[in-house]
Design a protein around this ligand. Structure first.
Ligand code: XIL
Length: 354
């Protein structure tokens, strides 16, 4: 690592090193922010963000003050960052990265290999495996190269497994795939290898939903991780998305999350809670209380597991949450309400992180 890259990496909070409270200065008497509270546990706290919202002053003020990192909710995904075969569109990701640097925050990248948000020039291109592999490798190399020294960790592959643990059928795996169709996790191994070659300093993650507890999907991810670790495939961590609802607040479920986290930690992997939100079906006081309790329990699980290095929510305000458009009649999932008031859930997470 050159001195220049090392410096840039440190300034961006890169390399997964210690999270210091000095990057989040405050007077000792003031109430800490989420980022400051979690820094004592060597955990970062972040939120998914979209650059157009930075012109909303309340949004920018919270994003710039409360968190120790941010992640693009959409603007580093394939269809947005690489919308044309010969054209990259970095402006959204760059705006977020500049904002993060100006506020001394780390940036996490999401995502390089996913079946959703793939542009039509790829999905309708009728490419066979060889050119598709070239397209994907170029994409990974270009995007990671552009953000080298600025983005400390990447979700390289997102959501590659079905809930029964089988491989999801996708353009990258077997439709037609990049050359490893029906060979299980080989294509994931290939993309991790490309990613490591593109930026050897970035932490590389596999990210998924519904794999938080011990179940068929997390078993499959665990088997992959165990195999990769035994053969030195460059995998640093697992991202657990944690898009959940109140049914998750069950002692057996929470105990299962703790056991699951522990088995990944025992492999020498770190993990990140990458996309946490707790959706509600109404805005009653009872629901907000229950949500606060569950958010606190999740943050506590992260604090209690040394391999948990990130507590990240999928947005910060209910005003812009993805939930209402994807889960009809549900919403109210984040830590600030649509008027930027802190919800009970905010206090609960802060208490758990302190
Ligand atoms: C979602 C975004 O929040 C939406 O704005 C977008 O329209 C679709 O994608 N799992 C993921 C995220 O990995 O990338 C998804 O983000 C939410 C589910």
């Amino acid at each position: 690592m050159t001195a220049l890259v090392l410096l840039a990496c440190l300034l961006a909070g890169g390399g997964g090193g210690a999270v210091t409270s000095s990057s989040n200065p405050s007077s000792p008497s003031s109430t800490p922010t989420l980022g400051q509270a979690a820094a004592h546990h060597n955990i970062r706290v972040g939120a998914a963000a979209d650059s157009p919202y930075l012109s909303d002053n309340n949004y920018a003020a919270i994003l710039g003050s409360e968190f120790s990192q941010l992640q693009a909710e959409n603007e580093m995904k394939f269809s947005i960052i690489h919308p044309l075969s010969n054209g990259y569109h970095f402006s959204g990701g760059d705006a977020l990265t500049s904002f993060a640097q100006a506020h001394n925050r780390a940036v996490r990248g999401d995502t390089l290999v996913w079946h959703n948000q793939v542009p039509s020039w790829v999905t309708n291109g009728n490419y066979n495996s060889m050119p598709l592999a070239t397209i994907l490798q170029d994409h990974i190399t270009t995007v990671m190269g552009h953000y080298a020294g600025k983005v400390y960790a990447w979700d390289v592959v997102n959501e590659a497994f079905n809930s029964d643990g089988s491989m999801r059928s996708t353009i990258w795996y077997d439709q037609p795939g990049i050359g490893f169709a029906f060979m299980g996790t080989k294509y994931i191994e290939q993309t991790l290898t490309w990613a490591h070659a593109a930026d050897a300093n970035a932490l590389l993650f596999y990210n998924d939903y519904g794999a938080e507890t011990m179940n068929a999907k997390s078993d499959a991810i665990y088997a992959m991780a165990q195999d990769f670790k035994s053969r030195n495939v460059p995998l640093d961590g697992i991202g657990f998305q944690l898009h959940i609802d109140l049914s998750f607040d069950d002692p057996n479920t929470l105990a299962s999350v703790a056991s699951n986290m522990q088995r990944f930690a025992a492999l020498g992997l770190i993990f990140h809670i990458t996309e946490s939100d707790i959706r509600l079906s109404d805005s009653s006081a009872a629901s907000f209380n229950a949500q606060a309790k569950l958010y606190g329990e999740i943050a506590t699980l992260c604090v209690q597991q040394p391999a948990c290095k990130l507590f990240h929510t999928w947005g910060l305000t209910d005003k812009y949450s993805w939930i209402p458009s994807f889960f009809p009649r549900e919403g109210w999932a984040l830590l600030w309400d649509a008027n930027y008031q802190k919800k009970l859930a905010y206090n609960s997470v802060l208490n758990a992180l302190q």
